[in-house]
Design a protein around this ligand. Structure first.
Ligand SMILES: [Zn+2]
Length: 435
């Protein structure tokens, strides 16, 4: 069994002025608490929620006796999460200042602070008692409410002062049974491609995530420079235009689409999905040709982590088991001879130093991931979870097809963006990779 959680964002109807004022007051107090806590936590190098709560709970209660007591808990949770991510950024040298800034606030609610009133309304505990908030349900909301999803006890609320609405972040949970895998589908993620090995064939899906990130980065930079010159740094017109550049959406739509294709293929064949196990900070090596730290981080997040996470989530939803294997030098060894593959000056195609066979980098990586998932030995032991008994780990050789050119089938973004599964392959014409 595994559990998947999804966040669904739903707006309230425009709230009566009186009600909205109470929420604004509540938000103000909550913000103050979080600001104080974050400052305290960072100053004292505290990131544990329990420690923070133990040290500050009484003080918060006496500061805001009119607030329901559980806001002191959730503010501590909120603050410790912020302190944690700040200290992580700081370690990586990505933090811009010495102390984290509490800019955007959403009020964290636990089971004592809100409850469901009807299918389309909730109630929130405030310093003025319980307040009813009518929701404006949408298609996705109904999908979760009517499906077999369970509403989690925690929620978050943001306020939109312009429209006098509350924005509510609801969490839905669902448990899944994981099937016993009959084989493997391996996924090798890199900056602009995702290579997938299914039944002896490697498909190279173009994602272009690096280019998306870089493209937006340069466009933003150009806009920023132009408006900074015209109207001063961080002016309103400039900010408005920057908001319109919708990088995030473009990346995430594609990411989910691709994850869907991969996991559907796995599900159809009852295969386990094999992914690389990312270390603590692999982004640095993988994107080491980019000098800008922030940019490197973003490319890594978008291209590697984003795709991995999407595949993992989809896998859970479909009940497909996921196996993580050691990614170390997967593209450097010939999977047939265990010999080094030599790549000359930045080429993606190398030669096995023993047999002289040409290998495409991403194909090698996929086969080595498969090999490691199958062998699951020693240093490369995969995390099989409770599935070990069900897997046939006989260590049989990698089912390499012909020993002809090991080149992948490239699938352009325009093509796979319309796919639902790999089953569509035969109907469309594929471009062969020209080496
Ligand atoms: Zn070889």
């Amino acid at each position: 069994m595994s559990e998947v959680t999804r966040t669904v964002v739903v707006r309230s109807l425009p709230l009566p002025r009186k009600v909205f004022r109470v929420l604004v007051e509540l938000e103000g107090m909550y913000r103050n608490m979080v600001e104080q806590l974050v400052l305290y936590a960072v100053r004292n190098e505290l990131t544990s929620f329990t420690r923070l709560k133990a040290l500050k709970y009484r003080e918060l209660r006496s500061l805001y006796p009119q607030l329901p007591s559980h806001y002191a808990y959730t503010a501590c949770q909120d603050a410790s999460t912020r302190a944690k991510s700040f200290s992580r950024l700081k370690k990586e040298g990505l933090a811009k200042r010495d102390y984290p800034e509490v800019r955007k606030v959403s009020i964290w609610l636990d089971d004592h602070l809100w409850r469901v009133r009807s299918l389309t309304s909730i109630e929130m505990a405030t310093h003025r008692g319980w307040i009813a908030v009518e929701l404006e349900p949408h298609k996705q909301f109904w999908k979760y409410v009517n499906g077999c999803w369970e509403l989690a006890s925690e929620a978050k609320v943001k306020l939109n002062k312009k429209s006098r609405r509350a924005i509510i972040f609801l969490t839905f949970k669902k448990s899944f049974e994981v099937y016993k895998p009959r084989g493997f589908i391996t996924v090798d993620v890199n900056e602009n491609h995702v290579a997938v090995l299914v039944d002896g064939k490697v498909y190279l899906f173009e994602t272009g995530f690096r280019d998306v990130v870089l493209g937006y980065y340069y466009r933003r930079k150009r806009v920023q420079e132009r408006y900074d010159k015209l109207y001063g740094v961080n002016c309103r017109v400039g900010r408005k235009i920057l908001r319109k550049l919708k990088e995030r959406k473009e990346k995430s739509d594609l990411k989910w689409k691709l994850a869907n294709i991969i996991v559907r293929v796995a599900k159809e064949r009852q295969y386990a999905v094999v992914l690389e196990r990312f270390g603590k900070n692999p982004g640095k090596e993988m994107v080491d040709h980019v000098n800008d730290k922030q940019l490197r981080h973003r490319i890594y997040q978008a291209s590697f982590k984003g795709v991995q996470k999407a595949v993992e989530e989809k896998a859970m939803e479909y009940g497909a088991p996921v196996i993580h294997v050691n990614p170390r030098s997967t593209s450097k060894t010939c999977p047939m001879h265990n010999a080094k593959i030599i790549y000359s000056n930045g080429s993606r195609v190398g030669k096995c130093s023993k047999c002289g066979e040409p290998w495409h980098r991403d194909v090698v990586a996929c086969y080595n991931l498969l090999l490691r998932a199958r062998l699951g030995n020693g240093s490369t032991a995969p995390s099989l979870g409770g599935l070990k008994g069900g897997l046939n780990l006989d260590g049989s050789p990698v089912p390499l097809g012909s020993t002809a050119a090991h080149d992948p089938t490239t699938v352009t973004r325009a093509l796979w963006a319309r796919w639902k599964s790999l089953g569509a392959t035969n109907k469309h014409e594929l471009m062969r990779m020209s080496i």
